[in-house]
Design a protein around this ligand. Structure first.
Ligand SMILES: Nc1ncnc2c1ncn2[C@@H]1O[C@H](COP(=O)(O)OP(=O)(O)OP(=O)(O)O)[C@@H](O)[C@H]1O
Ligand SMILES: [Mg+2]
Length: 344
């Protein structure tokens, strides 16, 4: 890897550029400044942000610019496995530890030794695995499934989550000690709706990649660009990337891409309405009642906007989908499965 010049105030995006992260908006520049600060450290990092914001890209950037860059970057998704499988995946297993364990298998921690271990969706780990992860973070040791001896590793952990871990700590579903171990440095990747200035750059980037791949050029009409700008992008950069690919494919040999090929949610997008005034504020001095009234109001408004789509509503409100469902049930709110809901 080529040497990267040190951070200068006028060029905050050295790490970002090196990793192919696109975006020059103010929130992204703030994030690049954080990346610059952690580049020479071995500290554990927690990358937070909604789905599709680019958390994994950021984790790779940190690794690629760190002293560990000559060693491996190993990534795993903690929500993709059940408890037993994840334990064996992370820590490895001995032959005969369970049915199907026909030989010893090293875990990802061992494979990442000397390098970086990226743990995505860390908020989805069970309590039992949280304890084991804590031990690795505290002591650098772990035990393979079915083994009787500890193994020692030197691994830098970068964890990522789209959940509010501090709220999970308060709810008792995430260990406080693990939270503080992971939260040594937190880097937040802003949602795309908070950095609309980046959309033209991202569109150019994704179109450019397709142009290179397919050896032809295409442009977007102003109206398509307007829709891209007005959409709220609950799926963030990944959703934008998919939309551009869709436009590219469906426009076939046309050199100009117009609205006809846009996906429905993006084409239907309108500029977000100003927040509706909160008129039903109860005349109460009691905080719980006032909070409930505000929650009812905001959830109902958001459900209307997303036409009952739970995932988008939860994203818009910055709470988990499960939490949203609990509140909707508790407050007996409609509309629920309104027509047009694309969310099962
Ligand atoms: N700033 C960016 N510049 C260029 N590409 C980006 C950017 N952010 C995200 N992407 C692209 O968007 C897609 C999603 O990014 P990534 O997988 O890093 O997101 P994530 O936050 O880890 O998503 P999830 O929460 O769903 O795991 C990838 O294809 C990535 O290359
Ligand atoms: Mg990810």
């Amino acid at each position: 890897m080529s040497a990267v010049p040190p951070f200068e105030g006028s060029r905050p995006n050295v790490v970002g550029h090196a990793a192919g992260i696109v975006g020059e908006s103010a929130p992204m520049r703030d994030m690049y400044r954080m990346l610059e600060r952690v580049r020479t450290s071995h500290a554990t990092i927690l990358v937070t942000g909604e789905n599709g914001t680019g958390k994994e890209l950021v984790a790779r950037a940190i690794h690629n610019e760190s002293p560990r860059r000559t060693k491996r970057f190993v990534a795993t998704n903690c929500s993709a496995f059940n408890d037993n499988l994840l334990e064996s995946e992370l820590f490895g297993h001995k032959r005969g530890a369970f049915t199907g364990a026909v030989s010893d298998k090293p875990g990802l921690f061992e494979i990442a030794d000397g390098g970086t271990f990226f743990m995505d969706e860390v908020g989805d780990m069970s309590q039992a695995l949280q304890v084991k992860l804590l031990r690795v973070l505290q002591e650098g040791t772990f035990m393979s499934v079915g083994a009787s001896e500890q193994k020692h590793v030197d691994v830098r952990i970068i964890a990522a989550t789209n959940r509010d871990l501090s709220a999970m700590v308060r709810e008792g579903t995430f260990r406080e000690d693990l939270f503080y171990r992971l939260h040594v440095v937190a880097i937040h990747v802003p949602p795309l709706r908070k950095r609309l200035d980046d959309i033209p750059l991202l569109v150019k980037h994704f179109l450019g990649r397709l142009e290179k791949r397919d050896g032809k050029k295409k442009s977007l009409t102003a109206s398509v660009m307007q829709h891209l700008h007005d959409h709220s992008w609950p799926g963030n950069v990944r959703e934008l990337e998919n939309e551009i690919e869709r436009l590219w494919v469906l426009s076939g040999d046309d050199a100009v891409i117009d609205e006809t090929h846009m996906s429905d949610p993006v084409r239907r997008s309108m500029p977000p309405p100003p927040p509706a005034p909160f008129e039903n504020m109860p005349s109460t001095q009691r905080l719980p009642e006032a909070v409930e009234a505000l929650e009812r109001h905001m959830i109902t408004e958001s459900l209307k906007r997303t036409r009952g789509n739970k995932t988008r509503t939860a994203l818009e409100l910055g709470i988990s989908r499960r939490n949203l469902i609990r509140k909707v049930q508790a407050y007996n709110l409609v509309p629920w499965n309104a027509k047009g809901d694309e969310d099962p």
